[in-house]
Design a protein around this ligand. Structure first.
Ligand code: CA
Length: 719
């Protein structure tokens, strides 16, 4: 494995906090060509993606019509031209540079020879899938001053296609319908209150003529919901509120009124959370839309709900009637969430023989570390088994469906170590399912114990993070020699990350590939007995689906999070994947990781392609010049403390972002000169840096500056 991985393990105090941070561009984003108007009309739609096409997407081997390829979101392709015997002969068919440097998470869609994908800041591009030639580009022209609202980078996971339209959820909360042929705007709706810290990062889904989208924002303080819009007009069809609002304002419907009986206190002031920012899945036969819901806002159950009640519908799988959005059934994976244990992770449908009886199931590996199989008609729990190291619960009681919490799970003002941490044992990175092997290919993060402690004197601070958990504790935890936490408790024998081939019937992994890093990308399964997956090390790999043998790997130069897709044109099978490092891991993650940084690129491979593969070059760090600073230990200690509480989530552990943003230790002298203006006056608002004048004093900014400069001096000493 490459050396750069040692860096990932050195960030012990924060490696477990990877998947939720946000932030701003230190440099302006490169201009995107061909925005909006005057689009070249090249894409042709000669077979419409209608309800029939979406329902039959699994059998349409040549295309990739919806986020998870089909309504089961199995990410399984029946194509086998590329297979375990010849995958090592793959070469590059074409590449497309996206012009963006932040996290790339999108699943490209492929329809009628056109590939549609998205970049950070929610811009969309359409390419000729044979050549990579750009057909059109759409830039939603986001006001980047909202970038601070994105807990986990200004990412986007892709578009939906329906009839003649392409739909994109924009980071600022808009949902936009584009003309699939030209990229021109057909309609646009604002799905959120722009005065609250909402974002959209997920891919919309289309169900029964409605386009459905959720939102994020629980870390900053918001009330989550999911909305369905008429795909033709953008008119709102229905809205599912994940959590209740202030009872004094009345309840929107009976489902919310019922949920309110499971809450206490004044949760609506911060928002309650539950934001459904990723998984949405549809069963057209049952006419149910399933949504995975998010964590509480704030995280601490004590602070959010006086420590009382299950807090529905947080951290749940909820089945909604596609006609009106009413709740058909729900299953709460983490009652009274206290740890940022979202259940927004990808949902997957399958028909599995459970004890000899074929049942329609829904499967999920949410953050909390248990792999769930439920009957998707009734919501009955079939099985729930740990797929990673878990210390918050000793198991799930299959009778009641409730977790059996351990003594250390609930925390107060003292630190309690719990596994998994807030990034979860699995995050948004999609899993795939091969019906021939019966295995689910699941990217997991084993992580380390996370030091949860309740924030003393917590008050709602609009415009900042509001998690009710002390960020500073993450800086102070001692490291083991290998860079991981000194654990308080729990077995920590696993590698930081792994690819699991999970058998949902045997309820255990069939094979495991261990990685020396946490973030391993979404997976693709194919009938060629293959599983494809990218990694944080910039390698794209392929394993045999039945045994997990590594049969191909190629260095693409920049960390990979997005899942690969495959399609067929003119009798040739292609494999495409977006490369680009970011997300919360890229923001808070490893220091000194210039090797991860590089421009986003869509790579497309085929048999007979160019096998002389040139990886994307990482960005070089600049030469340092000395800057005087005050080395008073008290000032430096204050600076480190404030940095941990107010800056680290976006700017990374140790004063240095791991990927997407600039390393503050390397900032230009002129940047240090105006640090007060940047932090307290909003001088970099246009780049997404929030104005923290209300929350950080002049003295504290000076302390942070001096602490950063002390780190800079340390770097210079070893240069
Ligand atoms: Ca969260």
């Amino acid at each position: 494995m490459k050396n750069r991985f040692s860096m990932l393990q050195k960030v012990g105090p924060v490696a477990v906090l990877m998947l939720f941070s946000a932030c701003y561009s230190e440099t302006e984003t490169p201009a995107v060509v061909d925005t909006n108007a005057e689009q070249a009309v090249v894409a042709t739609i000669d077979a419409v993606v209608d309800d029939t096409a979406l329902s039959g997407a699994a059998d349409d081997a040549s295309q990739w019509l919806t986020y998870g390829r089909d309504y089961h979101e199995s990410r399984f392709s029946p194509l086998d031209q590329i297979n375990a015997a010849n995958v090592s002969e793959l070469g590059v068919a074409w590449t497309f540079d996206t012009g963006e440097y932040r996290g790339h998470e999108a699943t490209p869609l492929v329809h009628n020879g056109v590939i549609y994908a998205t970049r950070p800041w929610s811009s969309v591009f359409a390419l000729d899938a044979r050549t990579g030639e750009q057909l059109w580009n759409f830039d939603p022209l986001v006001d980047k001053s909202m970038g601070w609202k994105a807990c986990c980078d200004v990412v986007n996971r892709g578009v939906a296609i329906y009839e003649d339209k392409v739909f994109v959820g924009v980071i600022d909360g808009r949902l936009i319908a584009l003309d699939a042929e030209t990229g021109g705007v057909i309609w646009e709706v604002m799905t959120v209150d722009p005065d609250r810290p909402y974002t959209i990062t997920g891919a919309p889904r289309v169900a029964d003529g409605k386009v459905i989208i959720g939102n994020g924002g629980a870390e900053l303080g918001s009330r989550g919901y999911l909305t369905a819009y008429d795909a033709n007009t953008g008119a709102e069809a229905w809205r599912f509120w994940v959590v209740p609002g202030n009872p004094a304002d009345g309840f929107e419907n009976a489902d919310v009124e019922f949920a309110a009986t499971t809450w206490s206190g004044n949760w609506w002031e911060v928002g309650g959370g539950g934001n459904s920012w990723d998984s949405i899945i549809y069963d057209p036969e049952l006419r149910l839309v399933y949504v995975g819901t998010g964590n509480g806002s704030p995280w601490s159950h004590e602070l959010r709900s006086n420590g009382e009640g299950d807090n529905l519908y947080l951290s749940s799988i909820v089945a909604l009637d596609v006609d009106d959005g009413s709740v058909d059934w729900y299953y709460q994976t983490t009652p009274a969430d206290n740890w940022d244990y979202t259940a927004v992770q990808p949902l997957m449908l399958a028909d599995l023989p459970i004890n000899g009886v074929l049942r329609k199931v829904i499967m999920q590996a949410p953050k909390n570390g248990f792999f769930y199989v439920l009957d998707r008609e009734s919501g009955d729990l079939i099985s729930a088994d740990p797929y990673a190291e878990v210390t918050w619960a000793s198991g799930i009681d299959l009778e009641s469906g409730r977790p059996i919490e351990t003594a250390q799970a609930r925390y107060d003002n003292a630190i309690s170590f719990v596994m998994p941490g807030p990034s979860g044992a699995h995050n948004w990175h999609p899993m795939s399912f091969n019906p021939a092997t019966g295995l689910v290919y699941l990217p997991t993060m084993q992580g380390t114990s996370f030091p949860y402690s309740m924030e003393e004197g917590f008050v709602h601070k609009p415009g900042t993070w509001n998690i009710g958990v002390t960020m500073g504790s993450m800086v102070d935890v001692p490291l083991r020699p290998d860079g991981l936490y000194t654990p308080g408790t729990g077995p920590e024998t696993r590698s930081p990350g792994a690819l699991l081939a999970w058998d949902p019937l045997a309820r255990e992994p069939r094979w495991v590939v261990d990685y020396p890093f946490n973030i391993n990308g979404g997976t693709l399964a194919t009938a060629g007995n293959l599983v494809f997956q990218g990694g944080a090390d910039g390698m794209l790999r392929s394993f045999t689906a039945d045994a997990g043998d590594l049969v191909w790997e190629v260095d693409l130069g920049v960390g990979i999070m997005a899942p690969p897709v495959t399609y067929e044109l003119d009798g040739k099978q292609y494999l495409s994947v977006l490369v680009g490092w970011g997300g919360s891991a890229g923001l808070i993650g490893p220091s000194d990781s210039g090797a991860y940084k590089g421009e986003g690129r869509l790579w497309t491979f085929t048999l007979g392609g160019d096998r002389n593969i040139e990886p994307v070059q990482g960005q070089e760090l600049p030469e340092l010049t000395a800057i005087d600073f005050n080395d008073d230990p008290e000032i430096l200690a204050l600076g480190e403390d404030i940095y941990g509480k107010r800056c680290m989530i976006c700017h990374g552990a140790g004063g240095a972002s791991g990927g997407s943003l600039a390393d503050l230790r390397y900032a230009a002298p002129a940047t240090y000169d105006i640090m007060q203006n940047i932090v307290r006056d909003g001088a970099y608002g246009g780049r997404g840096m929030p104005n923290l004048g209300e929350w950080i004093s002049v003295e504290e900014v000076e302390a942070v500056k001096n602490w950063l400069l002390s780190l800079r001096a340390g770097l210079m000493a070893v240069q």
